[in-house]
Design a protein around this ligand. Sequence first.
Ligand code: MN
Length: 318
Amino acid sequence: MQKAFTLIQNSKHIVFASHINPDADTLGSSLGLMHSLAHLGKKFTVYNIGGIAPASLDFLPGIEALTGEFPTDADLVVALDCGDIKRLGLKDGNYKLLNIDHHASNPLYGDENIVDATAASTASVVLEFLRGIGIAPSKEAAVSLYAALASDTGFFKYDSVDKRAFLDGAYLVECGANASEIAIAMTEREPLSKIRLQASILSTLKITANGKVASLFMTNEMLKSAGAMQDEADGAAETARSIYGVEVSLFLREQEDGYIRGSLRSKTAIDVNKIAKLFSGGGHLKAAGFTVKIEKEFLVQVEDIIKQVEQSIGIIKQ
Ligand SMILES: [Mn+2]
């Protein structure tokens, strides 16, 4: 920790780098650390290769500074919440690299690494670091870090949630984060197009395997008529899983490039990572995905995939 802080103290221009397709943890941790170091009087850049944050994160203090331009005079890059250096989109330069993360797969690619796979979010690792160097988060930092923690824990309900996640949350509230305001900003400002798309996806719901499997699909046509973007279909698999009695949900979306993208979610014990592997995909026990080429009429292939998933559940349970 002290070595990491020495790197920070010895630098003039620090880049806070988030991963491609940024989420609340990578951006909230970036901004949370940046605000916490403000008193050091360094030059800061908040960098993301795409240069743009999701609209739902527009409330994060300092997010307007986010840029896709990598500065040439940076002498320190702090990577936040990124298990794979390639996902940062860094440019060459004469800088040191500090890697702060919570992914177990992180290969410790930094000159200094603060990686804690037991943390529910990178925000918790940032907090650990701040404690180690004796800095308390300002209100701006607390809001950013709370948003990161809330997002990676599904608002304190995922498997990763432990006592520490709650203690970190409580500490950030003490430092000025308003839990309700942040939750509303992150979850209750959906675009109408998303709700219209979700309604159309839900109309395809099919319950099979004695109520244990819930399947949904989305065609490009549905996307177009809702006037929605691809990412507005996200969450459909979780909605299907939330049905009483459902153990596994499957969401199949037609892609413009002639592929079908599948998302699998499991409620308790069925390992959807194993199911995804049957389609050359993968992931985790409760969330996995795969991509297959469209080889016949879309709806016919959807039926085939649903059948294969149902059969595989029988096999996997044995
Ligand atoms: Mn994370």
